[in-house]
Design a protein around this ligand. Sequence first.
Ligand code: SF4
Ligand code: SF4
Length: 72
Amino acid sequence: MAKKVAFVKKEDCVGCEVCVDVCETKALVMKDDLAWSDPAKCDGEEKCGKCSPECPVECIIYLDESDPKLKK
Ligand code: SF4
Ligand code: SF4
């Protein structure tokens, strides 16, 4: 099964930075006051999955590593 990695729905992100503090691999960074995920650094939902439950507006979802949305 393909690894599922974190993806931030930018249209919903409020820039609180909670996820950036939670992520130990630095797969989440702030750019222009929004959180962005780096799929290459994310350990994946199964192994980690810490960020999504911490997001107050539930805008972090997990996508297959090969999902084209991760390139945006
Ligand atoms: S799942 Fe874990 S490693 Fe991946 S972005 Fe979220 S906190 Fe970071
Ligand atoms: S926790 Fe959610 S709202 Fe806050 S910066 Fe991260 S993705 Fe955006």
